[in-house]
Design a protein around this ligand. Structure first.
Ligand code: NAD
Length: 296
């Protein structure tokens, strides 16, 4: 896939372990210029790690060069304008000295710096109460999950849309807990993913008609990223998939990134949720179930 001449903004990169990193690198390998959005409170640690060479091994691209980004933007997807930012956040020492991190400001700055972009990637999620079952999740925790993990996509498209080329691609990352019960994926994250997938269809319609944009999501299988480790049972999720999915192998972030570059290039694909999960979604039976073992 040839993305030479295209500009991409990838939101949700905090280290070299997650989907955002792999997608940014794959887009760069396909020739795109890549801009990065990193959550404001971890910006310092990310840049220090980058500069110290911690990511150098992961930065190696197939052509032998090191992956580079054009510019890094501090962002917080919970906020649309500075009026939304509570005083305690403004005064938090991890936000000290940072400005322009709300979504409207980031979109305006990207447009000022680079003009129109072609690819927008939303690879971020957060639920402060993710380890709690839905029944024990507070209203505040539930709404925070929806705000940072789902509404953030609506807001990103609203603010970046006017600064994207027609035919441009918007992509978010979702998980099958949106449509099937996954015990332990709590704090309202399952609800947030359901909203994200529904919004993918509505936004495909609205942003398609308004700006000629395409909006898709990848429903990815389990990956041991920093965010996934916070759920507290990622190793169980990976082991379960390996035991029960049609393809009995680990899911690599690069496989999801490959699908992301395909969606960036697929000019007639929009409103779609694409499973990239070793086929796990197709199963209706756990073949490693104790119930089966006991009977046979
Ligand atoms: P990750 O930790 O690499 O990425 C999540 C990023 O979201 C982090 O960089 C974090 O700093 C950022 N973030 C959190 N709150 C933010 C905010 N308010 N503003 C801006 N950034 C914020 O982990 P990942 O697993 O690669 O997650 C990327 C996406 O993939 C998420 O949407 C996640 O739900 C989804 N996903 C993950 C898995 C999995 O098993 N890891 C499976 C399916 C879908």
């Amino acid at each position: 896939m040839d993305l030479r001449g295209k500009k991409a903004f990838v939101a949700g990169i905090g280290d070299d372990q997650g989907f955002g990193w792999a997608i940014a690198k794959a887009l760069a390998e396909a020739g795109a210029e890549v801009l990065i959005g990193t959550w404001a409170p971890i910006l310092k640690i990310f840049t220090m790690s980058w500069e110290s060479g911690k990511f150098d091994e992961s930065r190696k691209m197939k052509n032998g060069k090191l992956f580079e980004y054009k510019k890094l933007y501090a962002m917080d997807a919970m906020f649309d304008t500075m009026d939304d930012v509570p005083q305690e956040v403004r005064e938090n020492k991890r936000y000290a000295g940072l400005t322009g991190y709300t979504l409207s400001e980031v979109a305006a700055q990207v447009a000022k710096d680079f003009g129109k972009i072609d690819i927008l990637v939303h690879s971020l999620a957060n639920a402060p109460e993710v380890t709690k079952p839905l029944l024990e999740t507070s209203r505040k925790g539930y709404l925070a999950a929806m705000s940072s993990s789902s509404y953030s996509l609506v807001s990103m498209i609203a603010h970046f849309g006017p600064h994207m080329h027609r035919g441009g691609s918007v992509l978010s990352l979702t998980y099958i807990a949106s449509e099937r019960a996954i015990p332990g994926y709590g704090g309202g994250m399952s609800s947030a993913k359901a909203a994200l997938e529904s919004d993918t269809r509505t936004l495909a319609w609205e942003a398609g008609r308004k700006w000629g944009l395409r909006v898709n999501a990848i429903s990815a299988g389990a990956l041991r990223s920093r965010a996934a480790k916070a759920i507290g049972m990622i190793d169980d999720m990976i082991a379960y998939a390996k035991a029960n999915a049609p393809l009995q192998k680990d899911l690599e972030a690069e496989e999801v990134a490959f699908a992301a570059t395909f969606l960036a290039s697929a000019t007639a694909v929009t409103g779609h949720v694409l499973y990239v999960d070793n086929g796990m979604h197709a199963m209706g039976m756990a073949v490693d179930s104790q119930a089966i073992q006991t009977r046979s």
